[in-house]
Write a protein that binds this ligand. Structure first.
Ligand code: ACO
Length: 375
């Protein structure tokens, strides 16, 4: 039996707080006119107190799950693609696994900056196609506002926070993920980086005072790299899928800069109406930008059953990649019974998490005390 990996659920979560270009122009030497003309961004979402990469990821993941006939316990794998993880470890994906109550799932984070969602989707799809797993949740989630230097006008105007998620399920029905291209060039790593906080530059007073924990970027170099790779990766993934470019109904590109997307469209000879654009409202949400754009396209009916889609991204690393898929329509509307189920599941996942923590404390008291006694 040939197995296929289909997207059966999708969900997004963005913070309520909107930061406009106008507000930014009060914070640094910039203007709405400059930001819109150079990037296409008008506003972005910024997390508030109590929100984080894991909380956005869990919310998007729960929304994606509720569209499917799966419960969290049916998931075999949770991947969170992120450049702004909750911690160095534990993985953000483990926090999401616990929060959703995905008790049978392996979980890990995927670090490939803005290309992470595409790579995560391909990893999960291949695991499904080979029969290793049946159901996976792939999330792109970011709180880049926490890594931005809010005094650097060259970067702080670009990024925003948010999360988007896909549920992938095994099926015998042809379609779903068709092909993927994954590439990297570490020689360009310093073009876009957060230099400190890892093992190379552990946190010191000096790294903090030199702002080495914030995003450092050579915008022009990233721009040149991006315009070079976007069209090439798209062509390659379409060819690998055995398709022609004009059979692609929709391209969902990473939302980093409207001009980069326009340049890719020109390079491919495709009209801009085949590209999903929502950068004006969210800015660059890195690994979350493609699933957020996909969720909005689905909500607006821009993706229909049978459509061939290409997702294409580039980012820090340097990394870039593309994925071709044929959309096979799941039910767009969520029945109220599933919404109720989601609330109940979320409640029990919280209770389960608390109980497990209490058991761990009790075990620590018992075994900790006895091991001291043994000494
Ligand atoms: N407001 C006003 N002026 C600004 C701003 C700002 N926010 N930022 C830079 N400028 C100035 C510069 O200082 C420069 O002034 P100068 O000529 O006096 O030196 C001038 O504007 C032009 O600067 P450029 O860098 O040439 O501007 P450019 O047209 O290249 O646009 C931008 C800059 C928007 C950053 C562009 O290069 C870009 O989008 N690059 C790609 C960035 C990107 O996609 N990064 C994310 C990658 S994905 C990931 O992995 C996270």
């Amino acid at each position: 039996m040939t197995r296929y990996a289909h997207v059966t659920g999708w969900g997004m979560a963005v913070p309520d707080r909107i930061l406009t270009n106008e507000e930014l122009s009060q914070m640094v030497d910039t203007s709405d006119e400059w930001i819109v003309s150079r990037t296409g961004i008008r506003e972005r979402r910024i997390v508030g107190k109590g929100e984080s990469t894991a909380s956005l990821a869990a919310e998007a993941g729960a929304r994606a799950l509720v569209r499917t006939d799966l419960s969290a316990g049916d998931l075999d794998l949770v991947i969170v693609a992120t450049a702004s993880p909750e911690h160095l470890f534990p993985a953000t994906a483990c926090l999401v696994q616990d929060s959703l109550g995905a008790t049978n799932a392996g979980a890990f984070d995927l670090s490939a900056a803005c290309t992470g969602f595409i790579i995560g989707l391909n990893m999960a799809a291949q695991a499904i196609i080979t029969g290793s797993i049946d159901n996976a949740l792939v999330i792109g989630s970011e709180t880049l506002s926490r890594l931005v230097d809010w005094e650097d006008r060259g970067t702080c105007v670009l990024f925003g926070d948010g999360a988007g998620a896909f549920v992938l399920q095994a099926s015998e029905r042809p379609g779903g993920v068709l092909s993927a291209v994954m590439r990297s060039d570490g020689s360009g790593g310093s073009i876009l980086s957060v230099p400190a906080g890892g093992s190379r530059y552990p946190t010191t007073h000096e790294t903090v005072s030199k702002k080495m924990h914030t995003i450092h970027m050579n915008g022009r170099d990233v721009f040149r790299f991006a315009t070079r790779v976007m069209a090439g990766a798209t062509r390659e993934v379409v060819e690998r899928a055995g398709l022609e470019l004009d059979e692609i109904e929709l391209v969902i590109p990473h939302q980093a800069n409207k001009r980069i997307i326009e340049s890719a469209a020109r390079g491919l000879g495709l009209p801009m109406d085949r590209f999903i654009l929502n950068i004006d409202r969210y800015g660059n949400t890195s690994s979350a930008s493609i699933p957020i754009a996909a969720c909005e396209a689905l909500e607006r009916g821009r993706i229909r059953a049978g459509d061939h889609l290409v997702l294409v991204a580039f980012g820090g690393g340097l990394t870039w990649g593309a994925l071709a898929m044929q959309w096979v329509a799941p039910e767009a509307k969520v029945p109220p019974s599933r919404r109720r189920r989601r609330a109940v599941t979320a409640f029990f996942a919280r209770v389960r998490s608390v109980v497990r923590r209490i058991i761990r404390i009790i075990e620590g008291l018992i075994w900790g005390a006895s091991s001291h006694t043994d000494d």
